[in-house]
Design a protein around this ligand. Sequence first.
Ligand code: FAD
Ligand code: NAP
Length: 508
Amino acid sequence: MTGDFNIKRVAIIGAGYSGLQTLADLIHTSSNGESTINTGKLPSEPAFPYIKVFEQSPDLGGAWRYTAETDPHFPSKESLEDEYWEPSILENEKLKDGKTHNWKHNAMYDNLYTNISYNFMTPSTLPIKKYPNRIFDPFLTHREVLKILHDLADHHDLRKYIQFNSDIKNVLKTEEGKYQLTIERTNTNGEITIEIETFDSLVIATGRFKYPHIPQIHNLAEFNAQNPGVISHSKSFRKSEDFKDKKVLIVGSSVSSIGLLEYLRPIAKELHLSRRTFINDPESSVYSWYVKEFNSGKIVQHDQIVDFDLATNEVIFKNLERAGGFDHIFLATGYHIHFPFLPKDNDNLAKISKSSGDQRGRIENLFHYVFSIGEPTIAHVGFTSSGFFVHLSEAQGVSIAGVWSNAKKLPSLEAQRQWHADRIAQKAKSRTTHQYEPEEAVAEIEYLTGELGVKNRGPKITSRLNTALFEREKERLGVIYEKFASGEFDESYILKTDTSGLPLPTLN
Ligand SMILES: Cc1cc2nc3c(=O)[nH]c(=O)nc-3n(C[C@H](O)[C@H](O)[C@H](O)COP(=O)(O)OP(=O)(O)OC[C@H]3O[C@@H](n4cnc5c(N)ncnc54)[C@H](O)[C@@H]3O)c2cc1C
Ligand SMILES: NC(=O)c1ccc[n+]([C@@H]2O[C@H](COP(=O)([O-])OP(=O)(O)OC[C@H]3O[C@@H](n4cnc5c(N)ncnc54)[C@H](OP(=O)(O)O)[C@@H]3O)[C@@H](O)[C@H]2O)c1
């Protein structure tokens, strides 16, 4: 034993991939720092005898739990009058009807298929189920991903640890150095009760796609008030038929934007794109299809939006070009990373720096994006972004099990801070420091499972990581995108061939 933690009571916030995978590892960690997860048995002497997961939704699955209902299409004008790039404005937004809204619905849309295959979306403790012979093979429907998470919960018998409809509102550090959680529970009648419970340590696995990022554009709120329903964030897109024969503008050039372009291209009357940069390499085979669409004029490309002309209802772009008559404008402008329940005055905790220019908000003060530097009893899972996200988040959970069970020891505070400084320096030219390319993700997973992880866990995860296969699948993704965008593939095929066996989502 190398470390000196005495952690018995663990709280995990969130029951998506990150929370569930971490739970599976923590319950299988023995007090001697070994994992029993490969045996299928719980340890006779568990390192963490009391673990609770708090999930604000009525079921597990996180981002993959499709909600037919959406968040309000746009924040209220009152919210936007303030600093609306600041996510706390959205936290508990007061709506016109006097209710408070807290952005709980998910971004999954009806016919979404994954951009990562079953090979890399299946946790290492489950066998990989393949679905060949489909036009979008090797990718999955959103319900098949949710089924993977249900299978994970069944396989490790996780549900009994999870408290649903339990929203963590506040975390207070006690004088004894423990964490007092304020839990807001909603019962089946919609009644709310507040409970308090104290834990030795806390895993934050609350996801990155909850608070929509609304760009700060002159007259945006006024344009929205003048044209109600025209603007929405990509989070509230559900089905493309709603935009048949419409003139649509999409803002942003990342994955959500590509999904919208792909499905709206065959049916919209006119499709426009406003982009600030090319986040993805336009020369790569995955994205070359939409460059062809620009070149042929089928998708009209514009500069970044800088203003709205309220007299003519036109959009004004950076190069002073104007365009108007849009039936709909989608802000596919990403999300805020935000931890509203964490105390604001504790300098040891994760902080998110403001975006500036091309640089996206940066996650500060987390060693390997997991352990709070100076307060390692608060750990995060799932804030890195990667094609190998599932295994990276699994490895993060393994590292928490290793460090908190004292099987492994964190390096000195100085070394942790140095890691962070080096990471920022190394990624100076990237928009995000928490993005891991496949090769980098493999090295990171090896570090987390090897240097920090509970024993007997790394090889099973790393054996799933095949970067050559990942690259081949990326090429295939480019071909599939092009076929849906050209109308050769019909998007209704996707849900029709879903094999999850889960009830069909209620379509609006
Ligand atoms: C539209 C869309 C498509 C995507 N497609 C892909 C893809 O193809 N492949 C891929 O690998 N990834 C994809 N992703 C990324 C996806 O988010 C990850 O796959 C994964 O779901 C992240 O898991 P997580 O557990 O970290 O977060 P989440 O899945 O977001 O889970 C976080 C959980 O925490 C809960 N929570 C949050 N705050 C609180 C609180 N205060 N109290 C209690 N509970 C709380 C939430 O309700 C949620 O259940 C996509 C994301 C989006 C939005
Ligand atoms: N089928 C799928 O699997 C699927 C579908 C949809 C989404 N997703 C997932 O959902 C997650 C979120 O993706 P996302 O595309 O919503 O968010 P994102 O990757 O954060 O991208 C946000 C986009 O908004 C742009 N933007 C931000 N502020 C702007 C401004 N002021 N003006 C103009 N543009 C601005 C950014 O431009 P810059 O590049 O210049 O910063 C970027 O292009 C990802 O993990 C993705 O994989 C997956």
